[in-house]
Design a protein around this ligand. Sequence first.
Ligand code: SF4
Ligand code: SF4
Length: 91
Amino acid sequence: MAKGFVVIDVDRCKGCGLCTNVCPVNILALSRDTFNAKGYHPVVVTDVEKCIGCASCARICPDIVFTVYRQKRQTQRAKIGASAVAAAPAV
Ligand code: SF4
Ligand code: SF4
């Protein structure tokens, strides 16, 4: 499964909660303890390790709060290839 992470522009959030309903791994929630500059409880990521970079949050957010980054699969293959070469017997 792909890995990703999101950067949240906290002060743009209006606490509508739309994003918390679409995240497939349930890692978005509205903060109960903090307020942003607009006076709303902003969205927070509860477990950054679980983000799959699907960008559902960014698509549904009406206020362009999220920037989503996704780890490239090519990078993972390159690492696997590098390991295999290192494990091959010397001729
Ligand atoms: S990119 Fe996907 S998995 Fe990550 S926080 Fe947004 S909706 Fe959740
Ligand atoms: S959808 Fe956007 S504005 Fe609404 S809670 Fe999520 S980040 Fe905040």
